[in-house]
Design a protein around this ligand. Structure first.
Ligand code: GLN
Length: 508
């Protein structure tokens, strides 16, 4: 087996036993990036030199000090909206094309304490708005399972990198599904933690009441290890919660006996593809055969999640994105006669179509005459959704559903139809509105494209969803290898011509 194809915990063990060096692991992943990146476009910035230098330093450290931490030296993709000091952080946007943060996000600081090894900043939908990574100024990322398909989004670069061996683990962010949905479409594991568990300090804000950072990994064990590294209270984030953080790897027990599982019928909606529905039902049967109790249930207000989200998220985004004015940092339009014109031109050329759409939606929803009718109403609906979940969790330990109603769709298929695109997140958005945790694990394929099972838990009960996901994974046996896993993969002429179709901002 190639090093780039291994799980994080397997590599960590080999590194600890000195069977392999961090430099070797890094080289293997960088080779992989070199051969596949022209096709997949998982990264906006690849840290080729830096990661090799860092790998040598880490090897030296291990030789001298011994014990590496669980994430020490594991090549990681960092979604490009997480601030990394001195390393360009674009948010997939032209407006931040030249932005060099002067500080590290708290998660980065925590990972640095473990001597993590970033190999690049991962591609994403601009400001995390999207479900396909097509809204990136740096061109779309391709799905390693089928390069004519999207990897999902907005953390599509992170998920595709982990699936293709261009990273061992990755950081993503999830506002309405952006960790879970791309994980599902790329056949990897994605975990959105409870709101407040992981610090948002240094995460460029999209919708502050919904955003959470979380891991994208090759298996559930890696997700638990990763969560151990990033969870915890942070004085720099006033919404981060003070509480005891358990060792999440202790939750990795292969046992669901007696567990009560609810299946919300509102998440098995009309648009769920037949094959997705079948796989999720089979997954449920498997859990039942392992001793879980499972029944259909109803959370009636969930059906209004999408409508509430597309008021609340744009409203918060319109406020958060007001800071990009060409004055403080980021792109500034040239040749303006006065400051008003400069603001206008900067924002008009700096933001892409989807971001502008959200700013307009949000500004409208918050305007004096409409505030109560839209934003006020949406907040009330949000409370009803929170209550629905609260009630359901009095009866059930976890809820399960498809992660995405469809498998990966074709690049270009939904770009001109924002409503269709928004539907990609029907199953994931309610979870963000309620602030609770959920994980996506692979549960099958349809025509060679992965399907994801979503497991939703009570607030701060990451342990139970990890346990269910872990148990499922032990018995399900998913073949994780996308067709691109041959070591010396050569691009076909067709694939090479796909590469030409790339974003404006790509590698200038
Ligand atoms: N696709 C959803 C949106 O466009 C969610 C994105 C996210 O989770 N960042 O808003």
């Amino acid at each position: 087996m190639e090093l780039w194809d291994m799980k994080g915990h397997q590599l960590a063990e080999m590194i600890e036993k000195k069977e392999v060096s961090v430099s070797e692991v890094t080289r293997s992943v960088l080779d992989r990036i070199r051969s596949l990146e022209p096709l997949l476009n998982c990264y906006i910035t690849v840290l080729e030199e830096e990661s090799q230098t860092l790998a040598r330093q880490i090897d030296k450290y291990i030789a001298q000090e011994g014990h590496p931490a669980p994430l020490t030296g594991l090549p990681m993709a960092v979604k490009d909206l997480i601030c990394t000091r001195g390393v360009r952080t674009t948010c997939g946007s032209r407006i931040l094309d030249n932005y060099l943060p002067v500080y590290d996000a708290t998660v980065i600081q925590k990972l640095k304490d473990q001597r993590y090894l970033p190999v690049g900043k991962a591609n994403m939908d601009e400001f995390a708005m999207g479900s396909s990574t097509e809204n990136s100024y740096y061109g779309p990322t391709r799905n390693p399972w089928n390069t004519e398909r999207v990897p999902g989004g907005s953390s599509g670069g992170s998920a595709a990198a982990v699936a293709a061996g261009e990273a061992i683990v990755a950081l993503g962010s999830d506002t309405g599904g952006s960790i879970r949905q791309p994980a599902s479409l790329c056949g990897v594991v994605g975990l959105k933690p409870t709101y407040g568990l992981v610090s948002r300090y240094g995460l460029v804000a999209f919708a502050s009441s919904l955003d959470q950072i979380g891991p994208i990994t090759r298996d559930v064990q890696d997700a638990a290890i990763f969560l151990n590294a990033i969870a915890g209270h942070d004085v720099m984030d006033s919404t981060s919660v003070k509480r005891e953080i358990p060792d999440y790897t202790k939750a990795l027990v292969d046992d669901v006996r007696g567990l009560k599982i609810g299946v919300p019928q509102e998440l098995m909606v009309e648009g769920v593809e037949m094959k997705v529905r079948d796989s999720v039902n089979q997954a449920i049967e498997l859990l039942v055969s392992l001793g879980a109790f499972c029944e259909e249930t109803s959370l009636p207000y969930l059906e209004h999640s999408l409508s509430a989200y597309y008021i609340i998220a744009p409203a918060e985004a319109s406020a958060n994105l007001a800071r990009y004015d060409g004055v403080k940092y980021g792109h500034r339009a040239r040749g303006s006669r006065n400051i008003r014109e400069m603001y206008k031109k900067t924002r008009s050329e700096g933001f892409g179509a989807e971001v502008k759409r959200r700013i307009m939606l949000g500004t409208y929803a918050l305007s004096a005459g409409y505030y109560e009718a839209y934003y006020g109403q949406a907040q009330k609906v949000r409370t009803l959704i929170v209550n629905d979940f609260r009630q359901a969790f009095q009866k059930y330990d976890v809820l399960v559903s498809p992660t995405s109603p469809t498998v990966a769709f074709k690049i270009g298929e939904k770009v001109d139809n924002p409503l269709q695109m928004y539907l990609s997140d029907v199953c994931t958005i309610p979870v963000n509105l309620a602030g609770i945790p959920a994980i996506s694990v692979p549960c099958g394929t349809s025509d060679g494209l992965p399907i994801g099972l979503q497991i939703i838990g009570r607030a701060f009960d990451e342990e139970t969803i990890l346990r269910v996901a872990y148990t499922f994974e032990q018995y399900f046996g998913f073949n994780q290898s996308p067709p691109l896993t041959n070591p010396g993969v050569q691009l076909t002429e067709d694939q090479k011509s796909q590469v030409q179709m790339s974003g404006e901002g790509r590698r200038r």
